[in-house]
Design a protein around this ligand. Structure first.
Ligand code: XMP
Length: 545
């Protein structure tokens, strides 16, 4: 589908790349629509993905590669710039992650952030060591940048607030470098060797707590690297459609729709490419939120005219789940049942050769790392290719979630689908704690619809990662009129998060919580108590099961 650079051995062709750690055994893919490429070298930072996303928001394509990517391979990609991420190590530690020092003399504009800057300074002959005083969080920054070409702080105030998180600092600059900014405890909080186009920042421009951070990144990309704003979702869609068409040629493809934005966008692209040679299969396990199943059918079949098989398998899944209370058992049963139903449909359709999937870039990065396999085990659709030997078409493999939403919007999908929060594959089954029965599902669905509606009405939905209701496996005493009741308990969960790996409970306005609570107790039969979950992840998880 893309300008694919395949795994390279000693006999590698020019322009091919082997990416050792994060993408082991896989090819590096760059969409054909990319004109300018910026590589983010990952030194183990929590924020590498955020850096890459910020660069893409500035309409320059970025790619994350492991710190030990061989220099020749890196240069073969012809990057317009390189950004070295932060990381937890100290540069003077034995075994600290390092890149090839030849990188700093290769003539490619380079920006080191935090650890990246310390490494650059260290490798070029400066002195890096523990700071007399560590800086964490909001920090005052004083810009000292002299007038001149390639200004990093061009257009910015001379006094700023930035976000720091470091224990080490650069004590002495390497030859050729000048200080562009300092803070109360970092004499060299931003540095540059303009002649060699090497830059360093001790603070984190990628985090939202450095509100003007994108301006510095923009200056680096446009003024220093000479990039242009060439990465757009419109051009991506055009190219992706061409690539899918070329790949599938005269073949046929199948796509599993889930109701989420990823599979919807992948299906939308494939439909544009091959029309009725695509069949979408919507395995409706009866565990979706209210109205979602109808919407999938309405949007794809009725509105777009996609050939859609709607398998109404709710009964079948409920039968499987009878008497099951263990969450992992629920997941396995649902996952296996899903695969069986899907494989049956594929067989009925004469086994199309290609499977279109909405795999995203974070999945690609994570599935290649040593720790990530664990995180993704619950993604049950991943089991499909093993069961039915499809050739995979994954048009979103190079995109972040926010970019997929733009693709979905470009394709004309309804806003509700475009902005849908992540939803677990096993659906409401893991939000009905204890046994999943038709009645209990109906109660949860009603309560959940109230949460969803009120969140939408409040306009806060886009600030939240997820917001939903959970039906607890307990009853609680209440009063209605003069009578004592013994009713259901619903928990409301709303979290903010960047990627679902860590999350904080959302400080929803009290009035909103009050409306949600009184509507649930007033409208959901048999529910007398509502609680709000104020746990962060860790130690809790986002879902209750
Ligand atoms: P947790 O509960 O692990 O959730 O903090 C992190 C994110 O993953 C989603 N999630 C799942 N997604 N199948 C999925 O496809 C699952 O079994 C599953 N469990 C959790 C969860 O909704 C959140 O976005």
């Amino acid at each position: 589908m893309s300008r694919i650079l395949e795994g390279a051995g000693p006999t590698a062709r020019a322009g091919t790349v082997r990416a050792p750690a994060a993408t082991e055994g896989t090819a590096i893919e760059i969409p054909r629509s990319v004109e300018d490429l910026v590589v983010v070298l990952d030194f183990g930072a929590q924020y590498s993905q955020l850096i890459a996303r910020r660069v893409r928001e500035l309409r320059v394509y970025s790619l994350i590669l492991p710190f030990d990517t061989p220099l020749a391979d890196l240069l073969a990609l012809r990057p317009k710039g390189i950004i070295l991420s932060g990381g937890p190590a100290s540069v003077y530690d034995p075994g600290a992650p390092r890149c090839d020092p030849g990188l700093f003399t290769a003539g490619v504009p380079t920006l080191g952030i935090c650890y990246g800057m310390q490494l650059m300074a260290h490798d070029l002959g400066g002195l890096t060591g523990p700071a007399a005083r560590r800086e964490y969080g909001r920090t005052r920054l004083f810009v000292d940048e002299p007038e001149g070409p390639q200004p990093l702080f061009g257009g910015l105030e001379r006094r700023l607030i930035c976000w720091m998180s470091h224990g080490d600092t650069v004590h002495r600059l390497p030859a050729g470098f000048a200080t562009l900014a300092h803070s109360d405890h970092s004499p060299h909080a931003a540095i540059a060797d303009r002649a060699r186009r090497l830059y360093g920042l001790q603070f984190h421009p990628e985090v939202s707590h450095t509100p003007w951070g994108s301006d510095v990144l923009r200056n680096f990309l446009y003024q220093v690297c000479g990039c242009s704003a060439s990465w757009s979702m419109e051009s991506f869609v055009e190219r992706a459609v061409d690539e899918i068409r070329a790949r599938i040629a005269a073949g046929r493809a199948i796509c599993a729709l889930s109701g989420g934005v990823d599979s919807a966008a992948a299906a939308g692209l494939a439909f544009r490419a091959i029309g009725d040679r695509l069949t979408c299969v919507f395995v409706d396990h009866g565990l979706l939120r209210r109205g979602e199943a109808d919407q999938v059918v309405e949007v794809f079949r009725d509105h777009f005219g996609v050939s859609l098989v709607h398998v109404d398998a709710g009964r079948r899944f409920l039968d499987r789940l009878r008497g099951v209370v263990d969450p992992e058992r629920k997941r396995t049963l649902i996952g296996n049942e899903f695969i069986t139903v899907f494989a049956d449909e594929a067989a009925r359709l004469g086994r199309p050769e290609f499977l279109v999937q909405g795999t995203l870039y974070p999945d690609v990065i994570e599935s290649g790392t040593r720790t990530a396999a664990r995180i993704k085990t619950h993604h049950n659709v991943g089991g499909l290719p093993q069961v039915v030997p499809f050739r995979l078409v994954e048009p979103l493999r190079t995109l972040f979630k926010d970019e997929v939403r733009l693709v979905a919007r470009t394709l004309g999908l309804p806003e509700e689908m475009v902005w849908r929060h992540p939803f677990p594959g096993p659906g409401l089954a893991i939000r009905v704690l204890g046994e999943v029965t038709e009645d209990r599902l109906a109660i949860l669905r009603e309560a959940d619809a109230i949460v969803t509606e009120e969140i939408r009405r409040s306009g806060l939905g886009r600030d939240l990662w997820q917001a939903f209701a959970v039906l607890l496996p307990v009853h609680s005493v209440g009063v209605a009129g003069d009578a004592r009741t013994y009713g259901h308990v619903v928990a409301v969960r709303a979290v903010t998060s960047q990627d679902g790996m860590t999350a904080d409970w959302a400080r929803l306005p009290m009035e909103l919580l009050e409306t949600i609570s009184s509507r649930i107790t007033g409208e959901v039969q048999g529910c007398s108590r509502v609680v709000y979950d104020i746990s962060s992840k860790p130690p809790a998880t986002i879902e209750w099961e």
